[in-house]
Structure formats: C-alpha cells, structure tokens
Design a protein around this ligand. Structure first.
Ligand SMILES: *Cc1c(COP(=O)(O)O)cnc(C)c1O
Length: 402
C-alpha cells in the first residue's frame, strides 16, 4: 500500500509532536518515495470527460487545480492539522494572506471586530485601515485586560482578533478568557499564534475558533520562503473559507509547501534550542547595568508570568530589551554586532535584531507606540541556532562599544 502513512493520518493525532512533524500528512505516490514529493503542477488530467464531470461534482475525490488544492500543499496542511489538533486547514502564500483570509472570509459590511491593539504592523493595517473601507467596524483595545474585551462588545460584534505573545513587547493575552467572552455572544476568536509557535501554545484547546500562522517564521525557520496557514473546524472552513479561498487565490506554491514540510521535520529541535539560548541571553541581559529592561516570557519578572505558566508550555525564541541611552545607543549597539544581523524577520536559524520604532512599527503614531511599550531604546532579538555563548560574547562586545 503506497499511502499507508496517509491512511494512518488519523492516528497522527495520538502521536507526540516530533513524530507528527516528521510523518504527519505524508502521502506517497506509486513510487514509494521516502521524502515528500514536490508536485509542481498547475492542473490535473482526467481519464475521461465523465471523470472530469464527477470530480467537479464532488462525486470523485481528487485534485482539480492547484489554486484549490495540490498534493504537496495538502501534505503540509494535513501535517499542520495533526500538530495543531485542527480538523481542516488552508495553506496560503504568506502569513498576511492567512490573516486577511481568516478575517475577511467571515465578515460582512456592518459587522464589528474587536482586536487587541498590540499587533504585527500589517495585521494592524488590515484591522484599522482596510476593514473600515468595506464597512466593517473595528475597535482596538489593550487586550491584556479581559474587561476591555467585554466592554468593547456591541450587538454586531462577530470576531475577536489577537496575537499572543505580541510583537515586539511580548505581552500575553488570556486566550481562554477571551474565548469565554466570545462564546457568550456567539463571536469567533482568531489567534495569530506566530510568536508562540505550534509547539508552545494550542489556541484551539484554549477555546479559540481559528488559528493563523505566518509559516515564514519558525515553520520554515531557515529564511527561505514565505508561507501561511489558517486552521479551524471543518464546518467553519466549509462555510466561510472554502469558496473565499478558491476564488480569491491566496494559494501556497507547491515548492514552498515542500520547503515548509522539510522545515516542520526539524521544528521541535530548532525551537527548543533557540528557546534555551534565548532564555540564557535574557538572563544575561537582565544582569547588565547597560540594559534598562528585559521582557522574556518564561522569566519570573515577565509582567504576566502567571498567565505564561498557565497557557504556554514553553518560553520564546524572542527577547525584547531596552538599552540605556535611547535610540542613539540602540543604533550604536546594533551596528557594533558581528554575529547577530540587523533584520526585521524572526524565527530564523540566524540571530536577527530589529529596532521596532524605526522599522516594523514605524507607521504607528508615537502615542500608539508608547501605548504598546515600544520606546526609542527598545530592540527585539530573535535568537537563532548559533552557540549561545558566542551570541552573549557578541552582545557584550557590542555593548562595550556603545
Ligand atoms: C510575520 C508575521 C505576520 C505576517 O507574515 P508574512 O509571512 O510576513 O506575511 C503576521 N503576524 C505575525 C505575528 C508575524 O510575525
């Protein structure tokens, strides 16, 4: 049987994550290849006109066109479903394609969305600028206080949207608490789970209805390609996302799906190692006079340390910190680093640092930045796979040069 593993996909739900990420969703061709096959094809041929008719009618299962579905993309979706504990998923060309599809496919003009204000810049643009253009009302709140979610509810509230931990200040939002408020009014909770990774936080188990990822980050984890995914119940996807996805075309390329499948195989190894190093670096930074503040989920001085314990099973591969001396010192520090490179990406094998106020969050008004705790001295470090001691040496050397 060439598709033994594929038939066993249902059992993948019982496998532990590392096993799911190597075998989940695998579907072998008649050649029995070990590694997942890359189906670089736009379309599929049918043996007869009748077969084409049956496939379009949905009487015969099979692929029609790669904008709808593709065997390599399908493997990536199934592997992510096994890992996330989701019934169904659609993979997208980027994280933003996933976010915008997950939100827009279920909203109508006249609906209201409540969103945490601490969002990845492009997510905030979708909520704050794009949605109102189409008559969707939005309210941005400080999502760390549950009462704000309740207070923002209106009769037409349909969707709650949040990211946790947030970018870049690593605030944590009580997903189970938000889900409870949403359930009481029949609204749905969409969680952008990029910073937590699929390993450390399970939004669906916490009561969220839809999970989105930028697979560009830890899932690829090696700086090669963009990708994203929306995961939810089969009913929600059938009702809201299925047609939207087919006809607006945010589909993931099979080549990138293959790259992401390979990324998933090593996700636990990479994320665990990067987390361990990030924790070491956060502890080191906290001991230095040149650093005014360190934010790291998993350290006891994180503002929501109890919630981190309760809803996450691991820390973070990211550390946010403030350098004494403001923007000038932060720039001098970044410029003096030799191993850690300046880049706005994250989750990569290479350690990357960014100054959010002048890059990822430059479009926010100063007041909005202040609300989010982003100062001129804040930098965000994404810890890679280098030796942690080399990274600490690099940081110490660069601080010495400031
Ligand atoms: C990067 C990122 C996105 C967007 O993903 P792309 O793949 O760059 O489109 C969305 N949300 C968060 C939290 C991110 O970090």
């Amino acid at each position: 049987m060439s598709d033994k593993i594929s038939n066993g996909t249902l059992n993948a739900a019982n496998w532990r994550p590392a096993t799911q990420m190597v075998h989940g969703g695998t579907s072998r061709s008649q050649f029995g290849e070990t590694s997942e096959a890359m189906f670089l094809t736009q379309g599929f041929v049918y043996d007869s006109a009748q077969a084409a008719e049956a496939r379009f009618k949905g009487e015969d299962e099979g692929f029609i066109y790669s904008r709808y579905a593709n065997p390599t993309v399908d493997m990536f979706e199934k592997r992510m479903c096994a890992l996330e504990g989701a019934e169904d998923a659609r993979a997208t060309a980027s994280g933003m394609a996933a976010v915008s599809a997950a939100l827009l496919c279920q909203l109508n003009a006249g609906d209201h969305v409540v969103s945490a204000r601490a969002l990845f810049g492009s997510c905030r643009w979708v909520v704050e600028t794009l949605m109102p253009k189409y008559g969707i009302e939005t309210t941005l709140i400080d999502g760390t206080d549950l009462e704000n979610w309740q207070r923002a509810v209106k009769p037409n509230t349909k969707v709650f949207f949040l990211e946790s931990p947030t970018n870049p200040t690593l605030e944590v939002i009580d997903i189970a608490g938000v889900a409870k408020i949403a359930d009481a009014i029949g609204a749905r909770v969409v969680v952008d789970n990029v910073f937590a990774t699929p390993l450390y936080q399970k939004p669906l188990d916490l009561g969220a209805h839809i999970v989105v990822y930028s697979a560009t980050k830890h899932i690829d984890g090696q700086g090669r390609c963009l990708g994203g995914i929306v995961l939810s119940s089969k009913d929600w996807i059938d009702e809201h996302l299925h047609d939207y996805f087919r006809h607006t075309g945010p589909s993931l390329s099979p080549f990138n799906a293959w790259t992401l499948l390979k990324g998933l195989e090593t996700l636990p190894l990479r994320v665990q190692q990067q987390t361990q190093s990030a924790r070491k670096i956060a502890d080191h930074l906290a001991s230095l006079n040149a650093i005014n503040r360190v934010i790291y989920p998993g350290r006891p001085d994180h503002p929501q340390a109890d919630l981190v314990q309760k809803q996450m099973s691991g820390g973070s591969t990211l550390v946010a910190f403030e350098i004494a001396g403001g923007k000038e010192a932060a720039f001098a520090f970044e410029n003096a680093l030799e191993i850690i490179r300046i880049s706005n990406n994250l989750g990569d094998a290479k350690s990357l640092i960014t100054h959010p106020a002048t890059t990822t969050h430059k479009n926010l008004a100063e007041e909005a930045r202040t609300e989010l705790g982003i100062t001129d001295a804040t930098v965000r470090l994404s810890v890679g796979l280098e030796d942690a001691q080399d990274l600490i040496d690099d940081i110490d050397r660069a601080l010495g040069a400031v």
